[in-house]
Design a protein around this ligand. Structure first.
Ligand code: TYD
Ligand code: MG
Length: 456
């Protein structure tokens, strides 16, 4: 009898090989390859799942109405907003971010708030000793909060404790330190992270407990354990910010219970994180006199408008290859805008170093910022400032025409609220008349250059 061929599958990228190896040729991950038993050996050939009958499942209609999930507010408005309006029972949430960005601080503060709102909260730290966490809590003025604390990394012991305690919310800080004793690899490895997250999420779902997992981000900007945790949980939040800046953004990149791309803004102070309810004011630097190269963009982050300032510097380059340096905006998008300026408006940037920065350490990814970027570059190049009470937004196409963007009304309303009195935006944009802001609409970039800078 011919020997059945063995199949080995990588659990990260799914590559199939006929030979086991320590490292997957497909994705380069270590210790992710395991043998996969062929299905046909499980029962008589030709019969589904070995011919055994299962139980019939109940199907329902889409029209069935369910009550919205009950939510618990922490009272930390910025945190609740990102969750989609509070914590949903039995939900699994991943909070990712760079080491040292403030995840433990945020979750300790949230834990105390949720405990104050009547939930039974357990905080498990696998990174710090209990005394360290207590010390931080006292420094944050949370020494009296009704949060139970454990310092442990053994998953079996943690789950046994949680079973006995039956909390409403568990915080695991961090998933990379958890160790499942049935998996033979080191804590922090892909297999351990996956196993630990799977156990915790399954526990959460079956016992009606909400669980928040802290996950450190690797250098490549991914959560260790190639995003394996991301699809296991209901909600993925990223806590981000520049080390040198005080403000921090909590961003929902996935949310089964609310809008994705929602942001919460915090400021790191000596007494922990405090909420920033008006982020626009924070991101706009002191703007007393109009400065060349500085342009305010009326953006949308999640469901709310945020004004941010783009700053550009253009100078003759001493290098053979001129520099393009970007902070807070996409580098290839900058190259595109420079190319459009050159090809459609005849304004070359060759031989000029270009620096583009988003003030306050904010990151912008909306294409609606194209026009603001182009305006900042032109303003820096021509050494001519835009009026200081003016906001700009609009998407740029390769042909040099301006495309309308969504949520015009919200952008203008926010601009008005922060004392801006005029806006430059694409023609054919919907609405805007009632905003109280003086609007100038442009069809293409050439028109914009002519009207704003008076020349090509
Ligand atoms: P931490 O929550 O430990 O970060 P993470 O869990 O993401 O690794 O926070 C680390 C930084 O925050 C630390 O460098 C000190 C700073 N910090 C403050 O500035 N103020 C505070 O009140 C606290 C608790 C921390
Ligand atoms: Mg921490």
């Amino acid at each position: 009898m011919a020997r059945a061929q063995k199949n080995f599958v990588c659990s990260t990228c799914g590559a199939v090989t006929t030979k086991w190896s320590g490292r997957c040729d497909g994705c380069g991950e270590w210790n992710t390859i395991s043998e996969e038993k062929p299905l046909s050996q499980a029962g008589p050939a030709g019969k589904t799942l070995g011919g055994l009958r299962g139980r019939e499942i109940t199907l329902s209609n889409l029209s069935a109405r369910d009550a919205p999930p009950p939510r618990t507010s922490s009272g930390l408005g910025e945190f609740d907003r990102v969750l989609g309006g509070g914590l949903v029972p039995a939900s699994a949430i991943l909070v990712g971010g760079d080491p040292g960005i403030g995840k433990s601080t945020l979750l300790l503060q949230a834990a105390a708030r949720f405990a104050g709102a009547g939930l039974k909260v357990i905080y498990i730290s696998g990174e710090e000793a209990a005394a360290q966490v207590r010390m931080r809590a006292q420094r944050l003025g949370l020494g009296e909060a009704a949060v139970k604390l454990g310092a442990e990394t053994n998953l079996r012991d943690i789950l046994t404790t949680l079973e006995a305690e039956a909390p409403d919310l568990v915080i695991i800080d961090s998933i990379q330190t958890m160790w499942a004793d049935n998996v033979e690899s080191a804590p922090g490895s892909v297999s351990q992270v996956r196993a630990a997250a799977h156990e915790l999420v399954t526990f959460a779902k079956s016992r009606g407990v909400s669980v928040m997992l802290v996950g450190h981000v690797t250098k490549e900007g991914q959560l260790a354990g190639p995003r394996v945790v991301e699809h296991m949980v209901d909600t993925v939040l990223y806590f981000e910010g520049e080390r040198g800046h005080q403000f921090r953004l909590l961003r929902a990149v996935k949310n089964r219970f609310g809008p994705a791309h929602e942001i919460g803004v915090f400021e790191m102070t000596g007494d922990g994180l405090s909420e920033v309810t008006n982020p626009s004011a924070l991101f706009l630097s002191e703007r007393d006199t109009p400065a060349p190269g500085s342009v305010v963009f009326a953006g949308i982050e999640g469901t709310r408008p945020v004004l941010v300032e783009f700053q550009a510097l253009v100078a003759p380059s001493p290098h053979a290859q001129a520099r393009r340096t970007v902070v807070g905006w996409d580098g290839s998008r900058l190259a595109m805008i420079l190319a459009v300026l050159e090809a459609r408006c005849g304004i070359p940037f060759a031989g000029l170093d270009v620096y583009l920065n988003v003030a306050g350490g904010m990151k912008v990814s909306e294409p609606a910022a194209d026009l603001a970027v182009a305006a900042a570059l032109l303003s820096a190049r021509e050494d001519a400032a835009l009026p200081k009470d003016c906001v700009v937004f609009g998407e740029l196409s390769l042909s040099g025409s301006l495309r309308p963007v969504g949520q015009t009304e919200n952008r203008l309303k926010e601009a008005k609220k922060l004392g801006f009195s005029s806006a430059i935006m694409p023609a054919r944009s919907k609405a805007g008349e009632k905003s109280g802001v003086d609007i100038r609409q442009m069809g293409d970039l050439i028109g914009f250059v002519g009207e704003v800078f008076g020349a090509g």
